[in-house]
Design a protein around this ligand. Sequence first.
Ligand code: HEC
Ligand code: HEC
Length: 327
Amino acid sequence: MFSKILKWVGIVVGGFILIFAGFITYVNLALPNIEAEDITVDVTPERIVRGEYLSHHVMACFDCHSKRQTDVYSFPTDDDYLGGGAVAFDKKLGVNVGSFYPANLTPFNLVDWTDGEIYRAIVNGVGKKGNALFPVMPYMNYSKLAKEDIYSVIAYLRTLEPVEADSPESEVTSFPFQTVMKLFFPQDAQHQDIPSKNDVLKYGEYIATAASCSDCHTPMSGGKPVADSAFAGGFELTTITGKKIQSSNITPDKETGIGNWSKEYFLSRFAEYRDSTMQNRKLTDSDLHTEMPWIQYSGMTDEDINAIYTYLMSLKAIEKKINKVNY
Ligand code: HEC
Ligand code: HEC
């Protein structure tokens, strides 16, 4: 009798293990099941202008997808490598689940990509080969933008000078993370229209989303942003020079955040990097090494920076002291 029960327990447990193994196999083989759409993006002058603005100064694609100048303050892109020669997101940058290489975005690499495949990478987080993309690539933000803005970026990428730089294949070394990445990250588009500039708050939220401010300014726990600490800083970043730094608290807290900053001061903190001497200022020993893309964002219009300010000031003030030092 007892052995009979054991046998049944064995069959039931075995069944669960099989179902679980089957589920993992399904996730690994079949997901993400998002097809590339059959679209053709017309390369119009309007789209090129808008796409250049977004990809350089708001969505900051080239902050990750270019070689950068390690001897200049805030590490701007090396313009000879615009769109290519990027740094790997690997152990050196504090990533411990694999090595991820931001693709060459110039025609050297994208020449045989369809517009639908580029769109799918930016919005859904699915690569050319149908693979899930590492979510440091901010596709979860891009999926919330207007379709037309994504089309503008694609149109602009088609006009880049080819940069002959191969990027190696990305590699996931953590088996559980490989499954997690396929299961939870790639997703359908949730496009919205560009909000009216008269609705400054909503428009500011749109620009802040496009610029992925919260990705760096929100601490993470267990691979997920801590929702009730949104924009409160303390997220640890490793700079391309190997130093560590924590992002600032940019909530309206008066003591520990930016609650005492006027709109004019906020704008000036970005606008000071519009100056070409600031854009080429060599790092000195006493300089902070920062990953905040000051120079790229400084190209945003005053209107867009002001709208971000309005949005940030509407957030919940969170008291959290961050020390702005390298370690
Ligand atoms: C914060 C860094 C970051 C930013 C900003 C960023 N990317 Fe990426 N991107 C990456 C990384 C890392 C990968 C490689 C991911 C992987 O292989 O899993 C990637 C991959 C890609 C891919 C390639 C998919 C493939 O199959 O090889 C495309 C296309 C792409 N990004 C386009 C863009 C565009 C366009 C923008 C701006 C609108 C952008 N990215 C902004 C980091 C970034
Ligand atoms: C790639 C990561 C990254 C992104 C993206 C990013 N930041 Fe930052 N930010 C940092 C780091 C690190 C610091 C601290 C060092 C410094 O001041 O440069 C910082 C500092 C700041 C400061 C200075 C605060 C102070 O107390 O001096 C402001 C303001 C700010 N960020 C606003 C923004 C806004 C607005 C966005 C989106 C448009 C944004 N950041 C996107 C990393 C980032």
